[in-house]
Write a protein that binds this ligand. Structure first.
Ligand code: BES
Ligand code: ZN
Ligand code: ZN
Length: 489
């Protein structure tokens, strides 16, 4: 789908050219392209500002029918994300205009303070990630993804970066799956159905997949997970994906919260916005998407992905506020609030993964708290870890991929807030404040001294507005972050 093109751009058959344009500098050495940009700036009152785009038809000497000029802003301010966004917006214009092949002109690195590989990678990512259409539930299919997107660059850059193309495609594939699963309505992704969809996709990549069903979860005493699931007519499942490489020196474990619908349970949520709780399995979707991408990009570490899938519903068989349950770890938990269910399924999945796989590092990803969205807004994830090096690596990968993360503290004295009179711990803090932190401290109680981090993605996993290279609903947040991170651990 992505292709590198050098030599004569006219030889690449397509109906649209995309030319990234800078406000205050020329980005191409090629005089023909620079002239086109000058014409666009003269004709169309177009300056090349960020988010600005202009489309011209029938430009002289251009084989493609349309040329999309995509604004990047001022030279000094252009970053990788400016390139991703401009490329993404241009591809969205192509989708609207039923373009099936497009050619993007890669800026020359001499004119931007960025390495050629970084420029190319950002454009590839923005373009590839934007090229997705979610119309499974529509009768009329209005748009079709582009069949081919070419990137015109010099022969040397093209030659050096063939592998990059595949990497971007592979990671985008994982992101697409995660987005699709998050966007899908809960009636079509009940735990057993979601487990089957994940298994099917993972097996295509030759990953080893195991699914523990309700009976096995009972036998193995996943008490916290079963307490959440028991109010629902739809049985829970635990999906395990394993990626192995010969001679790997370590195993990294990823755990993702998979609540296929979070009604809140007996502590039922207010009705406004409840429908968004179909996205409460975004952590599991990101981990599954990452494992599927990993199977393709083949890093030199073993990776195991563990996804506890449940539905949190109120009913006559649901857990009551005040109930005490025994978790997989053996510790008892007083369930003060049935809406704090994510931490319950995670403690069982974390304890199980640590016992079974003894990983070098374990990372969980979860739409865990509204409090995290209050703290960081809906574009930035919260990171918690007792291990500073690990937290920093996550934040750095966040900057690199623009799946942004910000570290929040885990103060020892806040643990007080989780004391229970009758059980080992309480799932609900006694304070209204600092909810993202107390949730992380709750998880910390079940990981012992393992090298662990928790990423709260309640904000960025879902978007109500379409973005430059993502449409409405599931964003697939976390897949690119985890793929980048693996190589730094
Ligand atoms: N799934 C929610 C968290 C959430 C909120 C995700 C907004 C996405 C957007 C979670 O299970 C929840 O309900 N958390 C409660 C915890 C509270 C009861 C301690 C919350 O954040 O209010
Ligand atoms: Zn909840
Ligand atoms: Zn939840």
């Amino acid at each position: 789908m992505l292709k590198l093109v050098s030599g004569d751009p006219g030889k690449f058959k397509c109906s649209a050219w995309v030319i990234p344009v800078c406000e205050n500098a020329a980005l191409n050495e090629d005089k023909f392209i620079t002239d086109l940009v000058d014409q666009a700036k003269k004709l169309a009152d177009f300056k090349g500002k960020p988010e600005e785009q202009v489309l011209l038809y029938g430009m002289p000497g251009v084989v493609a029918r349309q040329v999309i000029f995509a604004g990047l802003g001022k030279k000094e301010e252009i970053q990788a994300e400016s390139l991703r966004k401009a490329a993404g917006r241009a591809i969205k214009t192509c989708l609207k205009n039923e373009v099936s092949e497009a050619l993007m002109m890669v800026p020359n690195s001499k004119n931007l303070a960025m390495e050629p590989e970084k420029i190319l990678k950002a454009l590839l990512e923005g373009a590839c990630l934007a090229n997705q259409v979610f119309d499974a539930y529509k009768g009329e299919k209005k748009q079709k993804p582009l069949k081919e997107i070419g990137f015109f660059t010099d022969a040397e850059t093209a030659e050096k970066n063939r592998a990059l193309l595949k990497r971007v495609e592979d990671i985008s594939h994982g992101t697409f799956l995660a987005r699709q699963w998050v966007t899908m309505p809960s009636n079509d992704k009940k735990p057993a159905l979601l487990a089957a969809m994940m298994k099917k996709e993972a097996e295509k990549e030759k990953l080893k997949v195991t699914v523990l069903d309700e009976k096995q979860l009972k036998q193995q005493k996943f008490g916290a997970m079963l307490a959440v699931a028991q109010g629902s007519a739809n049985a829970p499942g635990l999906v395990i994906m394993e990626y192995r490489v010969p001679k790997a020196k370590k195993t990294i474990a990823l755990v993702g919260k998979g609540v296929t619908f979070d009604s809140g349970g007996i502590n039922i949520k207010p009705s406004a916005g409840m429908e968004e709780m179909k996205t409460d399995m975004a952590g599991a979707a990101a981990v599954a998407g990452a494992l599927i991408a990993i199977a393709r990009i083949k890093p030199k570490v073993n990776v195991v992905g563990v996804m506890p899938l449940v539905e949190n519903m109120p009913s006559g068989s649901a857990t009551r506020p005040g109930d005490v349950i025994r978790s997989y770890s053996g510790k008892t938990v007083e369930i003060g609030n049935t809406d704090a269910e994510g931490r319950l399924i995670l403690i069982d999945a974390l304890a199980y993964t640590l016992k079974k796989y003894k990983p070098h590092t374990i990372i969980d990803m979860a739409t865990l708290t509204g409090a995290c969205v209050v703290a960081l807004g809906d574009k930035i994830a919260g990171v918690f870890s007792p291990d500073q090096t690990l937290a920093k690596a996550i934040v750095d990968s966040g900057t690199e991929t623009w799946e942004r993360c910000w570290q929040l503290p885990m103060p020892e004295d806040y643990k007080e807030l989780l004391k229970s009179d009758i059980a080992d711990i309480h799932n609900m803090s006694s304070s209204r404040y600092g909810g993202a932190i107390t949730a992380a401290l709750f998880l910390a109680d079940f990981v012992g001294d393992a090298r662990w981090a928790h990423i709260d993605i309640a904000g960025p996993s879902y978007s109500k507005k379409p973005d430059a290279y993502c449409s409405t609903a599931g964003t697939g947040f976390g897949v690119r972050l985890l793929c980048d991170l693996l190589e730094k651990l």
